[in-house]
Design a protein around this ligand. Structure first.
Ligand code: NAX
Length: 325
């Protein structure tokens, strides 16, 4: 059966890196035909048409159609996967309240359109920042959709952490298991090496503590800014790659003996207040994310997790105050 995948911000730079990979079968697998729905704001519809022309010109065997719209009600109609990439970026001098308000104006109506028109099996991944809180806004506008279908992306942070550690130890990334990003997709995020394993041994014990604290954590957390500095534009292909990884694992399951990171609604695990969309160590089973349970959290990790979760609680309280959730 053909699966409809809706991508918002389709004419943007992540959209350009993402759409071709979806159409080539990398999002859902080589046996699943896809229909793409491109949602954009009106001034960007022409650019989206250009991208659609290029998608046509690839003659992808699995691509069964492309729709373009500036109306969320149409764009999400019948969708089983929604990748919410388009967002209002923070511009110079913009206060947090203004940023949240502007994004509420995007993710509230999109959540409602998903609620009213998407397929029953809809899965939502929010990429557009502030991703965790935008996901919370969309989710609260979609009361008829199970809350756990709304997720936010920390897979790029996860992949960055894998790559930094692999380089440090001179091992292939495939030797590393059980990496975790905790908390918010922001500079407060906590990439955890106390549960990660390399060759079956705890990663934190294979690196110097000073490297872990003063190099690894800030390098992963500030990688987005370093990319902007080097490239003159924010991460695009790597962000698209992470979105593909997130949805592929959600649909197809995570490998036995390993886990990944995703921001999902908290059930109260690890002291993260229920309902907050926070990144956790997760496995995917039977098409559902589950938080890995029973990990011991030492004092250092506790402090880091709490700091990032505090930021998420503040964002939640701010959007509540603004009437956005
Ligand atoms: P671009 O500015 O290139 O593209 C964004 C696109 O969204 C534009 O074409 C714009 O017209 C469209 N758009 C804006 N409002 C919309 C609406 N209401 N409906 C539909 N489309 C709308 O940004 P890009 O580099 O593609 O980044 C997109 C988002 O991803 C940003 O919010 C960015 O901060 C976020 N990121 C998130 C990451 C993560 O790990 N979670 C990492 C990469 C990236 O920084």
């Amino acid at each position: 059966m053909t699966v409809k995948v809706t991508v918002t911000g389709a004419a943007g730079q992540i959209g350009y890196a993402l759409l071709f990979r979806i159409a080539s079968g990398q999002l859902l697998g080589a046996d699943t035909p896809v229909k793409l729905s491109l949602l954009e704001i009106t001034p960007a519809l022409k650019a989206a048409e250009g991208t659609a022309m290029e998608l046509d010109d690839c003659a992808f065997p699995l691509l069964r159609g492309i729709e373009i719209s500036d109306d969320p009600n149409k764009a999400f109609d019948g969708a089983s996967v929604a990748l919410l990439v388009g967002a209002r970026p923070r511009t110079a001098g913009m206060e947090r309240g203004d940023l949240l308000q502007a994004n509420g104006g995007i993710f509230g109506p999109q959540g409602k359109a998903i609620n009213d028109h998407a397929a029953d099996d809809i899965r939502v991944l929010v990429v557009g920042n502030p991703a965790n809180t935008n996901a919370l806004i969309a989710q609260s506008a979609a009361p008829d959709v199970p809350a756990e279908r709304f997720t936010a992306m920390t897979r790029l942070d996860h992949n960055r952490a894998l790559s930094q550690l692999a380089t440090k130890l001179g091992v292939p990334v495939t030797d590393i298991k059980k990496m975790t990003i905790w908390g918010n997709h922001s500079a407060t995020q906590y990439p955890d090496l106390y549960h990660a394993e390399v060759g079956g041994k705890v990663a934190a014990e294979q690196v110097e503590e000073a490297w872990l604290r003063d190099t690894f954590i800030p390098t992963v957390a500030k990688r987005g800014a370093a990319i902007i500095e080097a490239r003159g534009a924010s991460s695009a292909a790597s962000a698209a790659n992470a979105a593909i990884d997130h949805v592929y694992d959600w649909v197809n399951g995570t490998p036995e003996g390993d886990w990944t990171s995703a921001a999902i609604p908290s059930d109260g695990s690890y002291g993260v207040p229920e309902g907050i969309i926070s990144s956790f160590p997760v496995v995917s089973k039977d098409g559902k994310w589950e938080i890995v349970q029973g990990l011991e959290i030492d004092a250092f990790s506790r402090e880091r997790i709490d700091a990032s979760v505090r930021e998420l609680v503040e964002e939640r309280d701010a959007v509540k105050e603004l009437g956005l959730i």
